[in-house]
Design a protein around this ligand. Structure first.
Ligand SMILES: C[S@@+](CC[C@H](N)C(=O)[O-])C[C@H]1O[C@@H](n2cnc3c(N)ncnc32)[C@H](O)[C@@H]1O
Length: 495
């Protein structure tokens, strides 16, 4: 097939057209004329449009792509996600509700779906035209079923009817609060109102009973509180596969993970195939429902799960409802307000990076002692408590420290004060939370560097250990739980 480069060479004026299109797309204010340029290019060209999707995508500014969630899925992921294991599909209906340049649709044709049975939607007219054109190139069929329509608006009116829906929906697309709330209420999305989960719910709405849904989603879908309502619904369906695709999108730090499910209730023994780092293993689906917040921790192997079950199966309490929590100070403008040297009217303030498990670094930041102009300050009595636990907000490990000197912290750190009747002292709690097992546990459930109160509140605190041992030690703690550490850093239950 002729490439877009060859096309550019062979057709006078095209290069200019692309340049002009690119230039105005970078600023995307002149949306309509730019779109027209690309539409002309697609409609009039005698060249393959296979590569034009990439050219188009690259021509958009990063800000615009992020705003609209435009990241076309690489071919390797498309063919892995929509894999060859589909049944006889010549009579089945396929849909990509936000088809972009048509990558999933072209794959569906490869797998035997008839072009007449394929439906696509996109709010971007260039994407719609690209998909139609590519379908035509591949099959000679001029589709009238690739619509320039907002799927979130349309899905509630569409009759149920697709057997397969596979796509990579827009993640974190900017939607007004009103629209988010409206779609969340139409589709029953609860608090899961990010565009990716709104698409998840809207897709389910249009999927036939027993139909198959495959979505490429941000990692947060699987492990962040906001998506809990979506996970609960997913876990009520048969989850066939969960796949981790690392970070496939240039310019996006977010990890991409996929879910493939069937719209029918899972039985108790349902096994889910997990694919992580080139390894495949199965997990019992209902095990995910037992996780705090129904977290779908797909990277956790079956033997890790045995350890997690064992730890959570021992008598424990949690910090939920047993502590006061506070955020570090939000000045509103650190650059202007925080300075690096002490002086009259200034007090030392500590950052998250100053917190280490063994102590605090010397302060290198100072703020005015008058807090009245700051954007957000937790109740002062929290900072001034006799003892408080402070911890880094962003960290690859839990880093807690007991501050008994009423120090102040910026919002890269947060604080927590256990209730007076909490059975552990601040020092005991800090040691436990800084420990290796607790860190292993935290990563294997949450797999995040954001240390959030909601997640900390679910960690198991085995208070009875401190009835036996006053000071925390990793070895005696593992003994107490009946667990041993392997040389590769993982844990196993002692038999
Ligand atoms: C992440 S891209 C993926 C495109 C394609 N599914 C793929 O995997 O290559 C998301 C697409 O959703 C489209 N989109 C955004 N909001 C939409 C909406 N409300 N309805 C339909 N399409 C939408 C964007 O224009 C973009 O083409």
């Amino acid at each position: 097939m002729e490439s877009i480069h060859a096309f550019e060479k062979n057709h006078a004026g095209t290069e200019k057209l692309i340049q002009r299109a690119n230039k105005s797309l970078k600023n995307r204010h002149d949306h309509e004329s730019t779109t027209d340029d690309y539409l002309n290019l697609i409609r009039n060209s005698e060249v393959s449009c296979q590569k034009l999707g990439e050219v188009y995508q690259k021509s958009l500014s990063e800000a615009y792509r992020n705003k609209e969630g435009i990241y076309y899925t690489p071919e390797s992921i498309v063919s892995s996600l929509l894999d060859g294991s589909v049944e006889e599909v010549s009579e089945k209906k396929f849909c990509d509700p936000c088809c972009g340049s048509g990558n999933f649709i072209l794959r569906a044709i490869e797998l035997g779906f008839r072009p007449e049975n394929i439906v696509g939607f996109d709010v971007d007219p260039v994407a719609v035209e690209l998909t139609k054109r590519r379908m035509f190139e591949k099959t000679g069929y001029k589709s009238k079923s690739i619509y320039h329509i907002d799927f979130l608006e349309a899905a509630s009116e569409l009759p149920v009817g697709f057997d397969y829906i596979f796509t990579n929906p827009p993640w974190g697309k900017k939607l007004s609060k009103m629209k988010k709330n409206l779609y969340a209420s139409i589709y029953g999305a609860g608090k899961s109102n990010d565009s990716s989960s709104l698409f998840f719910f809207a897709c389910l709405k249009t999927l036939n009973p027993n139909g198959k849904l495959g979505l490429l989603l941000p990692e947060s879908f699987f492990n962040i509180s906001t998506f809990e309502d979506a996970r609960i619904v997913a876990l009520n369906c048969e989850i066939e596969r969960l796949v981790d695709y690392k970070k496939p999108f240039v310019g996006l730090l977010t990890r991409a993970q996929a879910i493939v499910l069937r719209l029918r209730r899972p039985n108790h023994e349902r096994q889910t195939l997990c694919e992580v780092n080139g390894t495949r293993f199965v997990r019992k689906q209902n095990r995910f429902s037992d996780n705090p917040k129904s977290i779908i921790n797909l990277f956790c192997t079956p033997s890790d799960t045995v350890v997690l079950d064992h730890i959570f199966g021992k008598p424990h309490l949690t910090l939920s409802g047993r502590a006061k929590w506070g955020l570090g100070i939000v000045t509103g403008n650190n650059k202007k307000i925080v300075r690096s040297f002490p002086g009259d009217g200034y007090i030392p303030v500590y950052k998250g990076a100053d917190i280490d498990t063994k102590g605090l670094k010397e302060p290198t930041s100072f703020i005015p002692e008058d807090f009245s102009g700051f954007q957000q300050v937790a109740p002062i009595e929290l900072f001034q408590a006799q003892e408080k636990l402070v911890y880094r907000f962003i960290s690859s490990r839990l880093r807690f420290y007991t501050d008994a000197n009423q120090r102040f912290f910026l919002n890269s750190a947060n604080m927590m004060i256990p209730d007076t009747d909490f059975p552990l002292s601040c020092a005991q709690l800090a040691d436990l939370l800084n420990g290796d097992l607790m860190n292993w546990l935290f990563i294997h459930i949450y797999n995040t560097h954001k240390i959030l109160r909601g997640d900390l509140e679910t960690l198991p605190i085995h208070a009875d250990y401190f009835e036996k041992y006053h000071e925390f030690e990793e070895d005696t703690y593992l003994d107490h739980l009946g667990i041993r550490k392997e040389s590769n850093g993982t844990y196993r239950v002692k038999t």
